[in-house]
Design a protein around this ligand. Structure first.
Ligand code: GLU
Length: 483
């Protein structure tokens, strides 16, 4: 059975890179009827951030990347949090010591720094020269038993090379000279990433490791560990890293990388997943809008390209707009907007009213938050007047007063009726329609960017429009009082 996993470290906010790798891992597991696991790699005490794990799991759920095994859902090979598996790592480090494939090293941090410096002077890049290998086993055991602080290191080959087979790139050769005797168990008894990741991937029966290209260099070390334990290695797939427009690695400095940011800004999880799926993958018919289910159906690794995919927030915004207009149905869009209206303190009254507003606004917003900004006046009688709108109000005050009388006389605001009346009103005064519309628009919305006037009048309704006109005149009087 194919088993994939993501192994995020809880070191900060949930990162779009985690979602990106998560999507490919999820899709590959689902494609094969396999299982997708989430494991929390929290053994680096210095980088641990309280609450980060919850944030990551919440983000995965929001995106719809359901995992079959994980810290909060359990599973047959738990626990799924590395800090709860320390005994396992110790036991496995001990196993390698017993096999003579690992050794204890007692250098102090100062000694290690001196060794590193010496190696650098000699032009050797790696940080440790394996000198503690020479300590006789009995002596090392005695020192350890006496409580001397130490680490356990892997004995890596001194010559030759390690061949890694990456499913996307083929064979890659790493010279053994470039592979240091990495630490497996730190002096505080915590494992390093290499030991923990290999022990866990093996015990959790992970068959396919899908991760970012930045982990490629650690693969030969992990391969050596699999060999040392006598285990079969998984298949390795290293996906290209996300780039910012311009080509730099996507990071805090080059773009927004937090999944929470996209949720809070009113991006739809479906759109974010769709967009991240296009990072390296393309559908056989090249269409850009597709669901996770469709990706699973069409997925194959030959459709994944290794050129650095560019994550462009503007493009994502465009895609989100497509989802708002074309993919989700009207009711769904309305439902998704409700929490955003609520957190802006706006009340929408009935669902029918909200959906009427959304219908006319739909071509005019891309994110849910943008809707709230642009459509505020539909839900707020105390809408503010933009400076440009105030200018129109002033210029058109006389016309607006006459227009108000006309509107007051109409039995209702059916679009055909208001259109006929307003057109005739403008013609009788030899005014361009715009000269009538702009002050009216300014008065009843405080803005000049609105949907079509007749729809607007119909949705707001006569009673509300008349009150808004009163309010606009009061506002004008205040403005004139200020002069
Ligand atoms: N804990 C590593 C990370 O934060 C996992 C790397 C891997 O997938 O092996 O990405």
């Amino acid at each position: 059975m194919v088993k994939t996993r993501i192994a995020p470290s809880p070191t900060g906010y949930p990162h779009v890179g985690t979602a990106y790798i998560g999507i490919f891992s999820y899709v590959w597991a689902r494609k094969n009827g396999g299982r997708f696991i989430v494991r929390i790699e929290d053994t680096d005490q210095n980088r641990y951030v309280e609450g980060a794990e919850e944030g990551i799991l919440r983000a995965l759920k929001w995106l719809g990347l359901d995992y079959d095994e994980g810290p909060d859902v359990g599973g047959p090979n738990g626990p799924y949090r590395q800090s709860e598996r320390l005994e396992l790592y110790r036991r496995h480090a001990q196993e390698l010591l017993d096999k003579g494939l690992a050794y204890r090293a007692f250098e102090t941090p100062e000694e290690l720094a001196a060794i590193r410096e010496e190696l650098q002077r000699k032009g050797l890049g790696y940080g440790y020269d394996g000198r503690a290998r020479k300590i006789p086993r009995a002596e090392a055991e005695a020192r350890a038993a006496a409580g001397e602080p130490h680490v356990i290191r892997l004995k890596t080959p001194e010559s030759g090379s390690v061949m890694v087979h990456d499913e996307l790139r083929g064979a890659i050769e790493f010279s053994s000279r470039e592979i240091p005797d990495v630490v497996l168990l730190k002096s505080d008894g915590y494992p390093t990433y290499h030991l923990a990741v290999v022990v866990d991937d093996h015990l959790m029966e992970v068959t396919d490791v899908i991760r970012g290209e930045d982990w490629l260099v650690s693969t030969p070390i992990q391969k050596l560990l699999y060999q040392a334990f006598g285990w079969d290695e998984p298949k390795w797939y290293h996906l290209p890293l996300l780039r910012a427009p311009g080509g730099a690695k996507l990071s805090k400095r080059t773009g927004h990388t937090s999944i929470d940011y996209y949720r809070e800004e009113g991006f739809l999880p479906e759109a974010l997943v769709n967009y991240l799926s296009t990072m390296g993958f393309s559908m056989p018919d090249e269409r850009e809008i597709f669901s996770l289910e469709e990706m699973i159906a069409a997925f194959s690794w030959d459709r994944v390209s290794l050129g650095g995919p560019v994550f462009d927030e503007e493009k994502l915004r465009w895609m989100n707009g497509k989802y708002v207009r074309e993919v989700l149905n009207l009711e769904e869009v309305c439902d998704r907007l409700k929490p955003f209206l609520q957190s802006a303190g706006l009340e929408w009254g009935t669902d029918e009213y909200l959906c009427q507003v959304v219908t006319v606004m739909r071509p005019r917003f891309e994110t849910l938050k943008e809707f709230v900004e642009k459509a505020r006046y539909f839900f707020d009688e105390n809408y503010p007047f933009a400076p440009k709108a105030e200018r129109e109000l002033r210029k058109g005050a006389e016309t607006l007063r006459e227009l108000k009388e006309l509107l007051a006389g109409l039995p209702d605001f059916a679009p055909e009726r208001t259109e006929e009346a307003i057109t005739a009103f403008a013609a009788a005064r030899d005014l361009k329609l715009r000269k009538v519309m702009q002050p009216l628009r300014a008065a009843i919305t405080g803005s000049l960017a609105t949907p079509g006037m007749y729809e607007l009048l119909e949705i707001l309704g006569k009673e509300r429009v008349m009150k808004r006109l009163e309010r606009a005149f009061a506002h004008l009087r205040e403005l004139e009082g200020d002069q």
